[in-house]
Design a protein around this ligand. Sequence first.
Ligand code: PGA
Length: 222
Amino acid sequence: MKTLWIIANWKSHKTIAEALQWIDELAPVLQTKEQVHVVVCPDFTALEEVKKSIQVSNLPLWVGSQDLSPFPEGPHTGEESAQMIKGLVELAVLGHSERRRELGETDAMIKEKVDQAKKVGIVPLVCVQDSKTPIPEGVDLVAYEPIFAIGTGAPDTPENAQNVAATIKKTHQVAVLYGGSVDSANVLSFLNQDDIQGVLIGGASLDAKEFSKILKKVYEKA
Ligand code: PGA
């Protein structure tokens, strides 16, 4: 049985109070299963409180950031260095297409971010838009997220996502996740593909009930 990654990407949503409410609602649904890694990626402001509430209840839930600085700790105003957040997160989503488009993030910057994450033991998850997007050395986890499918309700077909995942794996030793309009109705169609090892979920992860539905399906399959 392959390890499955189920990752909630909240983007710029949820106050600290809303984040904690979501954790409370999800807690009874979470199961400890070696082959299922569930990760929640809140906004930077909620990382600490989310981490604390997970620790207090000893929940089988990882915390991820949605980005981190390409620079080490130092004179970099406004940047969140890997060093600063290493006690709060296990994973960092890097190179999301929204950041590439809206903030001009480049492949070179993403490589620096990967290096910073790895230096402190944070797992970098790099988002790629197709099989040609460069994947920096040392990356073990990649999310294939076609731009047309993000937030549109029009996901890629599981067959095409499988083809892209297989193409990426021909040249890189990575686990490939799929992201783009994943919800409780379609999640298994992606996870049933041989080369897809998880999902990165935006919109459908915001509602604890919908995310719980997704998790229940995944646990049944695992
Ligand atoms: P979506 O976003 O699930 O809302 O399409 C996925 C993502 O951008 O990570």
